[in-house]
Ligand binder design. Structure first.
Ligand code: OFO
Length: 183
C-alpha cells in the first residue's frame, strides 16, 4: 500500500530545499574559514556555528519528508560562493543568502497552500519564523560592523567586534517576544 502523504511535486520541492540548506551550510563554513584565516576567530566561530544551524535545517527537511513517507535525495552540493573581499561584503552576502532562502521558503508555503497540504504548511511555519530571526541576525551583523566603522574600522573596534561575535547569541529576539519592560 502506498502510504506516502506528500505529492510527488511537494516531495521534490522539499528535497530540493534540503539541498539548498546544505549549500547554505557549506557557504557559511567556507566564510568561517575565510574569517579565521584573516585572524577573526570570533567572527569565524560565529559563521561556523551558523553553518551547523543550516545543516540542522537540512536534517529537519530530511526527517519531515521521511516521516511523511517520502524519500529525500542528496544531491551534489555546489561550490560555496567565492571568498568575500572584506567583512562588509561578507556580512552583506550573509544577509543576501538569508533573503534568498526566505523567498524559497515562501514559495514552498505557497505550494503547500495550493495543494491544500496543511501538514506541510504547518511544518513550514517553523521556517517562516526562523527566517525572521535569521534575517534580523544578519541585519544586526551589518549594523554592528557599521557602528565599528565599516571598512575603515580601527583595529581596536574590529577586535571588540570579533570578541562580541564569539559569544553572541545565535538567535535574534523576535518582535512577538518583546514587552514594554524589554522592548
Ligand atoms: Fe539561514 O536558513 Fe536555513 O532555513
Amino acid at each position: 500500500m502506498n502510504t506516502k502523504r506528500l505529492s510527488d511535486s511537494m516531495e521534490q520541492a522539499l528535497s530540493k530545499q534540503m539541498n539548498v540548506e546544505l549549500f547554505q551550510s557549506h557557504t557559511y563554513l567556507s566564510y568561517g574559514i575565510w574569517a579565521n584565516d584573516l585572524g577573526y576567530g570570533g567572527i569565524g566561530n560565529f559563521l561556523m556555528r551558523h553553518s551547523k544551524e543550516e545543516r540542522d535545517h537540512a536534517i529537519k527537511f530530511m526527517q519531515y519528508i521521511m516521516n511523511r513517507g517520502g524519500k529525500p535525495t542528496i544531491e551534489a552540493v555546489p561550490a560555496p560562493s567565492a571568498d568575500p573581499q572584506n567583512l562588509t561584503e561578507c556580512f552583506n552576502s550573509v544577509f543576501k543568502h538569508e533573503v534568498d532562502n526566505t523567498e524559497k521558503i515562501y514559495r514552498l508555503v505557497e505550494l503547500a497552500f495550493e495543494q491544500k497540504d496543511w501538514a506541510t504548511w504547518n511544518f513550514l511555519q517553523w521556517f517562516v519564523k526562523e527566517q525572521i530571526e535569521e534575517e534580523t541576525l544578519a541585519m544586526e551583523l551589518i549594523d554592528k560592523l557599521k557602528i565599528a566603522g565599516g571598512d575603515r574600522a580601527s583595529d581596536e573596534s574590529l577586535f571588540a567586534l570579533d570578541k562580541d561575535l564569539e559569544t553572541a547569541p545565535d538567535d535574534a529576539e523576535l518582535a512577538r517576544d518583546a514587552t514594554s519592560e524589554k522592548p
